[in-house]
Design a protein around this ligand. Structure first.
Ligand SMILES: [Zn+2]
Length: 441
């Protein structure tokens, strides 16, 4: 299955909203993979944009310098959140040629027109404009932001290309040097990497209109099949107010990750439906941390395996029997009903209590089986366990991945050497059905 998630503009530290959308779609990706689908996951990096240029000017540095810094911050935050790296992370500036070609074809067919400051898409050329917003065109028109350019034929027309201004980065084009508009980048990169009629296009609710609609109509105008399904995640609220950079209630995700167990944010995200808003406050985070303590106690009691962020759990790697099978089926049922993670998490915490109760009553073997299933199903949602106070550090995680690669290549000498290295670092190394598993003695 092929999915595209609109990624960040790297002009600032990632905020909580970024954390949420990456977690939500990471959870979806992991769940599809767990169920046996082979997922092609693409998420872009917007590396040219008004905000990047503004920061470069403000701080007297180059745009490239700004992008390098904040993209590094981005990947650092993603690694700490346990968000797996996408299969492809296209950068807008690597696709200029393809975007210029698309815009030129729109101009040729009168789907777009030029003004003194750039090239605009004529939304009246697409009969069903507004489809994704689910609102009548009139109300969209009334709600459209009034911009400086009165040469636009309709306030809903959007910029495909912005003409070069002095001191700004620009690229040559037959319709004048400049840089691409944001809506054009995603449509070009998604079609290039995933092909037509790909399965799922995701992003935050704020992207539904106009960004996603503007992507969709460009594909339509280019006579290309585009996303077959769209999915949007809800806001992050702080004291009832939507959190975003533009509203100035910016709280950096980096700050949260430094002060709390990074898994707490994932659990908080899991405990709400992806389409609902969530509240991130010290008390909701503390509540999630208390729940994680229960999970970690279970991991310690039953010595459950510890998995890293790039590890993908697979349903087919486990034997589901008796209580485990019942739990598995209940979780599959709710997850496959529009990813109902709050119900799945509730099932898992109930099962966690049952496993403890069964062990207390002396049913050690079945308690262990159930506990292992709870661990595996949390793993399917990307929530790793913390056996004892030991987290799998980056070096260990790299050694585990290298050993799995060596075993896949039947390079036994390297696999043994990597096992020895892990043992020297104090880990017990086991060969699980889906790869190397490490735990503390
Ligand atoms: Zn996009």
């Amino acid at each position: 299955m092929a999915m595209y998630v609109c990624g960040p503009t790297v002009d600032n530290l990632p905020h909580m909203g970024h954390g949420r959308f990456t977690l939500v779609w990471d959870i979806a990706r992991r769940w599809f993979t767990f169920q046996g689908l082979s997922v092609h996951y693409v998420s872009n990096i917007t590396d040219i944009d008004d905000k990047i240029i503004a920061r470069a000017n403000r701080e007297s540095r180059s745009e490239a310098d700004v992008v390098t810094q904040y993209e590094a911050e981005w990947w650092d935050a993603m690694a700490r959140l346990g968000v797996a790296v996408p299969d492809d992370t296209p950068h807008a500036t690597h696709y200029i040629e393809e975007m210029v070609e698309l815009i030129a074809s729109f101009l040729e067919r009168d789907v777009a027109y030029t003004t003194s400051d750039g090239v605009y898409f004529d939304v009246s050329s697409v009969p069903d404009y507004g489809l994704l917003a689910g609102q009548p065109l009139e109300s969209l028109r009334a709600g459209a932001r009034v911009e400086g350019n009165d040469e636009k034929r309709s306030p809903l027309d959007f910029a495909l290309w912005k003409n070069a201004k002095p001191g700004e980065p620009s690229w040559p084009a037959p319709f004048g040097a400049g840089r691409p508009g944001w809506h054009t980048e995603c449509v070009v990169m998604a079609l290039d990497l995933l092909g037509e009629d790909f399965d799922l296009h995701c992003g935050g609710l704020d992207l539904k209109f106009p960004h996603h609609e503007n992507e969709r109509v460009q594909a339509e105008a280019a006579h290309k099949g585009f996303a077959r399904h769209w999915a949007h995640n809800g806001w992050v609220m702080v004291g009832g107010v939507k959190m975003s950079t533009s509203l100035n209630n910016f709280t950096s995700l980096t700050d949260l990750l430094e002060k709390t167990d990074p898994r707490a944010y994932r659990l908080l995200v899991l405990r709400s439906h992806y389409r609902s808003p969530i509240e991130v406050t010290p008390s909701t985070i503390a509540d999630a941390e208390r729940a994680l303590d229960r999970l970690d106690s279970l991991a310690r009691r039953f010595e459950l395996p510890v998995m890293g962020g790039e590890y993908f759990e697979l349903a087919s790697s486990h034997d589901w029997e008796d209580e485990s099978l019942e739990l598995y089926e209940r979780v599959v049922t709710v997850m496959n009903d529009d990813l109902n993670t709050p119900l799945a998490v509730a099932e898992l915490f109930d099962a966690l209590s049952s496993a403890n109760a069964m062990a207390d009553e002396g049913h050690e073997a079945s308690a262990r089986r159930l506990a292992q299933s709870v661990g595996a199903l949390f793993g399917a949602l990307g929530l790793s366990l913390l056996a004892g106070s030991h987290v799998v550090d980056e070096v260990t995680e790299r050694l585990v991945l290298q050993r799995d690669a060596a075993r896949l290549a039947k390079n036994w000498a390297d696999a043994d050497r990597l096992r020895d290295e892990l043992v020297q670092r104090g880990w017990i190394v086991e060969d699980g059905a889906s790869g190397t598993v490490v735990r503390r003695p």
